[in-house]
Design a protein around this ligand. Structure first.
Ligand SMILES: Cc1ncc(COP(=O)(O)O)c(C=O)c1O
Length: 422
């Protein structure tokens, strides 16, 4: 048997495969696990109660449950849900959208796979690329390109502060120059908040990217999996939701309690929403109905957004505050830095004195039961090896949304082993 190039590329080892494997596979018996690895969100009681209430309402009806599970939706998504989403964003933010601007997918991971391949790869005689303007970026994009070499990136600038934090900023000149010189760029893509760093691109940076996208007649894809108005895991000001015809906004219900019921929501200009629906028909026939059904009334009534603001954001902000205090406590006396925690469910540690690459450090941590994600996977889109960024093999991504005692102990063990391997 022989796999195609597509088969080989998408089945070879990837960071995201490793990460999802680490989530699903228990460590050997006798090793206590500290789960600071993959992107599992926490259970937030208020949103769980809302979904339970909706489910009970559905089950209490003699027909509704059976009706929901026994039909495919259209490839674009469930009509009533799409209508609720379009109406919500139109009335709340005044965005000029109708139902035709929406496409539903089986999670935002699938949405990004469709989008990144819609705008990169062979077009006639040439090859289109995606530009990631702020590297490091989400590990889950790194291997999504069907064709090799079509993901390109500009390394983030880094501003350090006296309190051991730093913040990535857009290298505006480099990004603008790249686009001026490279006609082959088919789209710009960012996550906001950014996975892995917890950075939130400012309104100014997003407006800058949107204006470049407009100037070059290409879309700016904004992955809003942690953003506003839901799940609202953003702790900074200066981060208004933004959409216009040059922007493709990808959203998800995963980080607001429904990771297992795959639901992604894309808001885009009509041609792009239609293209995604057509792609979805070929790749999946239709998307999962249940998340759309459970959240339709909650979106229409504003309850989901209220819960995001009232419960989800404060829940993660408190977790972030604790994670930061444990980092400061246990790393005291070492040479450490971490990215300002502005959003997402991660903290991004920079360990400049580490004497081994973080890929190796990650394996050692695993032997002690501490699951993390090594930084190397989050740097992609350059021909230079290793990736030309001082943080390339010196960072670890930690998910701080797990149980407090395990997160604290995990951080303590990392700090001890950092001392040993400095
Ligand atoms: C930035 C980002 N985008 C997309 C996803 C995919 O999420 P889902 O497919 O569950 O919507 C994740 C998951 O962790 C993420 O962190």
């Amino acid at each position: 048997m022989r796999f195609s190039d597509f088969g080989k590329k998408l089945t070879s080892h990837s960071g995201i495969l490793q990460l999802m494997d680490d989530i699903g596979r228990p460590l050997p018996d006798g090793i206590k696990t500290y789960p600071l690895g993959g992107g599992n969100p926490a259970r937030v009681p208020e949103t769980e109660a809302l979904y339970r209430r909706e489910m009970e309402r559905i089950l209490a009806d003699c027909e509704e449950f059976e009706d929901i599970i026994s039909h495919y939706d259209a490839p674009q998504g469930r009509g009533r849900f799409i209508h609720a989403v379009a109406s919500f964003f139109r009335s709340r933010y005044g965005w000029d959208i109708t139902d035709e601007n929406i496409a539903i997918t089986n999670g935002s991971q699938s949405a990004m796979f469709y989008l990144l391949n819609l705008f990169s790869g062979k077009t006639g005689g040439s090859e289109q690329t995606i530009l990631f303007p702020l590297m490091p970026e989400y590990i889950g994009y790194a291997d999504q390109g069907i064709e090799d070499g079509t993901f390109r990136s500009v390394a983030a600038r880094c501003e350090y502060f006296p309190d051991r934090t730093f913040k990535y900023t857009l290298d505006k000149e480099a990004v603008a120059a790249y686009l001026d010189q490279r006609e082959e760029v088919g789209a710009i893509a960012v996550s906001r908040p950014t996975n892995p760093s917890g950075n939130v691109l400012t309104d100014d940076e997003i407006n800058f990217l949107a204006s470049l996208a407009k100037r070059h007649s290409i879309p700016l894809i904004v992955d809003n999996a942690y953003g506003l108005p839901f799940p609202h895991i953003i702790f900074t000001e200066n981060a208004e939701p933004i959409w216009n015809e040059d922007i493709v906004l990808s959203m998800s219900l995963s980080k607001i309690g429904l990771p297992s019921i795959r639901t992604g929501i894309v808001i885009a200009r009509k041609e792009i929403a239609t293209a995604l629906s057509n792609l979805n028909a070929i790749a999946a026939l239709a998307s999962c109905t249940m998340g759309q059904v459970l959240s339709e009334n909650l979106i229409a009534s504003g309850e989901l957004v209220d819960a995001a603001e009232r419960s989800v954001r404060p829940f993660y902000q408190e977790k972030a505050r604790k994670a930061e205090s444990w980092i400061r406590r246990y790393f005291e006396g070492t040479e450490y830095f971490f990215h300002r925690i502005e959003g997402s469910i991660f903290t991004w540690l920079y360990l400049p004195s580490l004497s081994i690459p973080t890929l190796r450090f990650y394996s050692i941590l695993m032997e002690h039961g501490v699951v993390t994600v090594p930084g190397e996977y989050f740097f992609f889109g350059s021909d230079e090896k290793p990736y030309p960024h001082e943080h390339y093999d010196k960072c670890l991504r930690l998910n701080y949304s797990g149980p407090d005692d395990l997160t604290e102990e995990g951080i303590r063990i990392i700090s001890e082993l950092y001392r040993k391997y400095s």
